[in-house]
Design a protein around this ligand. Structure first.
Ligand SMILES: Nc1ncnc2c1ncn2[C@@H]1O[C@H](COP(=O)(O)OP(=O)(O)OP(=O)(O)O)[C@@H](O)[C@H]1O
Length: 497
């Protein structure tokens, strides 16, 4: 009963206030109204203990979306999904399978930072176009407001807001569609990068894997460190090992781990150093620049250099830096080792943001030491033949097997013969549906036994060839044929000859 009375009283107070306000607006001179509004706002601000900041969707130019607004939108994304009662849903760009949720207009969520509670609200300004039209255009501008107590002013304006921007940007990077760029001549083209490789699925010893992952993560979080020591935020990796040991798979896993784009640089189709420079400048931050089979892309080998010199083509001033002569569309690529080194040391350093450069090769010994020395290629990673530990990773991925009685034999054979993870993986591919683990493992054992036998025969063949090419052994053999004793020296047989 009492509450009904209170409501009635409140209603009449509001009604009276509205009436007085309407009278005031109608009869009070315009200038006085302005004064009144100005001073009432001042009084209100003086009494009101909170500060409010508005972040508009568009600033200045109507077509430019504010970066701060986007970052806040991303930052509030997960918070709003948990708290807001009304949400807006949109499909993720280039993907019809996932939604991105954000809070609907005029919704509110709270956030907490270092024990301080803050309030975020979303709003919308709607304005109709002034010009007359049968189809008036409505202009909608979204905004967010942040409200907090004025005693936290310095913390919020300094630390909290930069935390929001940083987190928002990180979420944006995480949610973005990553790209795989390939160069055709001096232009990059891209497709969406969706490789399923990850460090969990890479067959490698656990310790080595962890070391690589730690190195990558440390690098990606070391912006301040690189700035402090005055070095460009970049790191070079050299992946080497026989074909089929997972070099390309490792690059994809690196990109997936760090959420980076990949620039697959085909050097043989780059005309010269100027084109190389242009391509590299165009690469974006948070990316991996890969040059696969670097030994084939550039003529970096001592042997080839020698050959060229022998052929009387060593006409450059510095033969060490005289490079490839690969055919590109009928023209020769003029990219040089010095051009590439310049890029790694100098030009690249001036590009903002973090970048990894990865070279892969099947023949480490063929590379010019200048290219792979520490500081240029900071980390050398050998990808080698399949060990038993690596096999167990593959078996777990392919067959969901942790152990099997045939493992003992496989371990023995892997210790005796060389087989690449790619070959092992091929044996573990189920041949029927549903796959039979035993059939796959037996197939692998047969494959390993064959590889072992082939290697033995090859070794024997090589030994025989070696013997045949050694004059001493020849003499011995001949001596044997002529009835001379085994330890009869070669001189005797030579004399006989
Ligand atoms: N270490 C590994 N872990 C998991 N899968 C692997 C591994 N090595 C090879 N594979 C499998 O073998 C296939 C070929 O591997 P990949 O292309 O990465 O080898 P590569 O060393 O880059 O070979 P190449 O030198 O010929 O380019 C991949 O599709 C992958 O499935």
């Amino acid at each position: 009963m009492k509450s009904v009375e209170t409501f009635t009283q409140l209603g009449s107070v509001i009604a009276s206030f509205m009436f007085i306000w309407a009278m005031f607006k109608q009869y009070c001179p315009y200038q006085l109204q302005n004064y009144f509004e100005k001073y009432s706002k001042r009084v209100f601000t003086f009494v009101y203990p909170f500060i409010q900041i508005t972040f508009n969707e568009f600033t200045g130019d109507r077509f430019m979306r504010s970066e701060a607004y986007s970052a806040i939108e991303n930052y509030l994304g997960s918070n709003s999904t948990m708290q807001a009662k009304r949400l807006k849903a949109d499909v993720v760009k280039n993907s019809s399978q996932s939604f991105v949720l954000s809070m609907d207009d005029f919704e509110e969520v709270t956030d907490e930072f270092q024990g301080i509670k803050l309030r975020w609200a979303s709003g919308k300004h709607i304005s109709k176009s002034q010009s007359f039209s049968f189809h008036p255009v409505t202009d909608e501008r979204m905004y967010y407001t942040l409200t907090f107590h004025k005693r936290h002013r310095s913390l919020i304006l300094g630390t909290y807001l930069s935390h929001v921007l940083k987190e928002g940007d990180a979420i944006k990077v995480k949610n973005r569609q990553r790209k795989l760029y390939t160069n055709s001549g001096s232009y990059w083209r891209h497709v969406v990068f969706e490789h399923p490789a990850s460090f969990e699925t890479i067959a490698m010893e656990a310790g080595k894997k962890k070391e690589i992952m730690d190195d990558l993560i440390t690098f990606s979080q070391s912006e301040e460190f690189y700035a402090r020591i005055g070095r460009a935020w970049k790191r070079g990796y050299l992946l080497y090992g026989p074909p089929g040991t997972g070099k390309s798979t490792m690059v994809a896993a690196m990109a997936n781990l760090l959420n980076y784009d990949i620039y697959d640089l085909e050097l043989t189709s780059v005309k010269d150093n100027t084109e190389l420079r242009k391509l590299l400048i165009e690469t974006s931050s948070r990316s991996i620049i890969v040059i696969e089979d670097i030994d084939c892309s550039l003529d970096l080998t001592g042997q080839r250099k020698k050959k060229r010199e022998e052929q009387g083509r060593g006409d450059d001033k510095d033969p060490k830096l005289k490079l490839p002569k690969e055919e590109t569309d009928g023209k020769q690529s003029q990219v040089t080792l010095s051009g590439l080194l310049n890029f790694i040391d100098g030009l690249w350093s001036s590009c903002k943001g973090e970048r990894l450069i990865v070279f892969t090769t099947n023949f480490l010994e063929k590379l010019d030491p200048a290219l792979i020395r520490k500081g240029r290629m900071d980390k050398h990673i050998e990808l080698s033949y399949c060990s038993f530990e690596a096999f167990k990773v593959l078996a777990k991925n392919y067959l969901r097997l942790e152990t099997h009685h045939l493992y003992a034999r496989i371990q023995e054979l892997l210790g005796e013969t060389k087989m690449t993870p790619a070959e092992v993986a091929e044996h573990l591919m189920p041949k029927t549906l549903p796959g039979d683990d035993k059939v796959c493992l037996e197939g692998l054992i047969a494959g390993l036994e064959k590889a072992k036998e082939d290697a033995r025969l090859k070794a024997e063949e090589e030994e025989a060839k070696e013997k045949a090419s050694s004059p001493e052994e020849n003499a011995k053999e001949k001596g044997k044929e002529n009835g001379l004793c085994d330890n009869g020296n070669a001189e005797m047989s030579k004399e006989k000859e």
